[in-house]
Design a protein around this ligand. Structure first.
Ligand SMILES: *Cc1c(COP(=O)(O)O)cnc(C)c1O
Length: 413
């Protein structure tokens, strides 16, 4: 559920008509809904209210300062994949004791920064990373608390580019090597083993791969405890999918139920790293029609002022996004199959093909839905296009989170 809907025939973000936002802030503009953001966090958190748990929001999904600040105020920690993300999270008021550091390629300066901030945990993804972490922590006279991220060799059944838990993927350590590496870690200076981490992919729409992975992790925890390791935490990653089309993925409560079935009696603090689920449907990308043109056999192209540099998901992941005009229309009449495309000089710069839309004209507004996650964070200035504006709507208030980049700013770089 989100708070972008038609009222009196006009698309609104909470109480604000999107055409008012376009008039004030221009297009393309990312619009976030505070009520949606808050609701998604609370629904996910609520699914674990009877367990010792922490929610470390995956910052890479949307790293905007105000969004981090608001999630932090709701009780979120942060899952970070760079020192930069750790810095952002701390600046937004998230306590380092609620920050985990993931990623396959942590550099020495990033590790040193994380140790000095005394973060909750490093999720170690390889033997050389373990050795580097040990030597840096020891040289600082500190102790780094760690999990190994274990690759359970489970196919998440999601898009190839966002499946992370198969044998051939770069992430994590091999399941069969885990006991050896935990034993080694226990002998190293500056390292304290506390957890096992797993994250098998993103936009999962089926609970079975999670269940398989978590069952393997449970078996591993039992083995590790038999070998004398004190496993007090489990980090179960993120990955729960959101509705992009009409299909509805498992709810947070169904996911929570499955987690409790598999791990309810493991006696660990459970850490979750949702990203997309929290912010995905809390954002839309508002854009304006430049031209409607027809080519061979009457094919209709709606050319809009947003492009793949603003939102790369359709191009990169073949992602489907719902696309709707700002003016409500009758789906049963006066609609035509239309391709919605951006101005960038790439054939792949397509947001949607053969969508049933009414005839639109220059300056009409159109919204691409479900853009809160992996949207603005991946924006770039390809084709010398300035970065889009970002605003947050809270009731009837519109707060600018990032001003549109000016061409002067872009050229100055
Ligand atoms: C990207 C990522 C997440 C978040 O995934 P979502 O699908 O957005 O929930 C969580 N943990 C790790 C380690 C990640 O890389």
């Amino acid at each position: 559920m989100d708070h972008f809907s038609y009222k009196n025939g006009t698309l609104h973000a909470e109480a604000v008509p999107v055409d008012a936002i376009a008039a004030e802030h221009g297009t393309p503009t990312y619009i976030y809904s505070n009520a949606t953001l808050t609701r998604h966090f609370q629904v996910f958190d609520g699914a674990f209210s009877d367990l010792d748990h922490a929610i470390c929001y995956a910052v890479k999904a949307n790293d905007n300062h105000e969004i981090l600040k608001r999630l932090g105020a709701l009780g979120a920690g942060a899952d970070c994949v760079s020192a930069g993300e750790i810095m952002r999270s701390i600046k937004a008021g998230i306590d380092p004791s609620n920050i985990v550091f993931s990623g396959v390629g942590k550099q020495p300066w990033e590790i040193e920064y994380g140790i000095k901030q005394n973060i909750m945990q490093f999720n170690v993804e390889s033997e050389p990373e373990l050795e580097l972490l040990s030597s840096i922590a020891a040289s600082l006279g500190a102790t780094a608390k760690i999990a190994f991220r274990v690759n359970p060799d489970v196919d998440a059944g999601t898009h190839d580019k966002i499946a992370t838990g198969r044998q051939g993927d770069k992430f994590g350590i091999a399941y069969d090597d885990a006991l050896r590496l935990y034993n080694k870690a226990a002998t190293l200076d500056g390292i304290e083993v506390q957890s096992v981490a797993v994250h098998i992919g993103s936009q999962l729409t089926n609970l079975e791969p999670f269940r398989q992975a978590f069952t393997k992790i449970k078996d591993l925890v039992i083995q590790l405890r038999e070998a004398g390791h004190n496993i007090t935490h489990l980090d179960l990653g993120g990955g729960l999918g959101i509705p992009y089309k009409k299909d509805i993925p498992p709810s947070p409560s169904a996911y929570g139920q499955m987690v409790k079935e598999v791990l309810g009696d493991i006696g660990c603090k459970l850490v979750f790293e949702p990203g997309r689920l929290i912010v995905g449907n809390a954002g839309i990308l508002l854009s304006k029609v430049i031209f409607l043109k027809e080519t061979y056999h009457g094919r209709k192209f709606l050319i809009i002022d947003a492009a793949m540099n603003d939102l790369i998901r359709p191009t990169l992941y073949d992602a489907y996004h719902d696309i709707v005009p700002s003016v409500e229309f009758d789906h049963t009449t006066d609609v035509f199959p239309t391709d919605i495309v951006g101005p960038v000089c790439e054939t792949g710069d397509v947001f949607g093909k053969d969508r049933e839309l009414p005839t639109m004209k220059a300056d009409d507004l159109i919204a691409i839905r479900s853009c809160g996650a992996y949207g603005s964070v991946m924006a770039c200035s390809y084709n010398t296009r300035p970065l889009p504006a970002e605003v947050l709507v809270d009731g009837d208030e519109v707060i600018v989170l990032r001003k549109r980049q000016s061409l002067d700013e872009l050229l100055a770089r």
